[in-house]
Design a protein around this ligand. Structure first.
Ligand SMILES: [Mg+2]
Length: 108
């Protein structure tokens, strides 16, 4: 999958979510729920990281349905991040390119 195909998927998924949840047009009605969702997904990723080395509580470990769900949770964080960028009118491709340039320059 190319980055462009990923962004096309994000755009269509974003439109589907707006239709499903009937979100309004204000920043608060769209950006806030997606920010909260991103935080939820980051929490799920953290739970997976804790589970990898059995640092998660035993009660939680026994409830985790899938062994090593790390790839799935990483994908959730990336997709929800891109969905947040979409509704925030952030050109994520340009933002990433600029950030990569900045990081490279830092370590030249
Ligand atoms: Mg998740």
């Amino acid at each position: 999958m190319s980055f462009q195909e990923l962004l096309q998927f994000i755009k269509s998924e974003s439109e589907r979510l707006v239709k499903k949840h009937g979100q309004g047009s204000s920043s608060r009605e769209i950006v806030l729920p997606r920010t909260v969702k991103l935080n939820e997904e980051v929490g799920e990723l953290c739970a997976e990281i804790l589970a990898l080395d059995n640092d998660q509580r035993k009660e939680k470990l026994s409830k985790m349905k899938v062994k090593n769900n790390l790839p799935n949770e990483l994908a959730d964080v990336i997709i929800t991040t891109l969905l947040l960028a979409e509704v925030s009118a952030v050109d994520i491709k340009t933002a990433l390119e600029n950030k990569i340039k900045k990081i490279k320059k830092r370590y030249e």
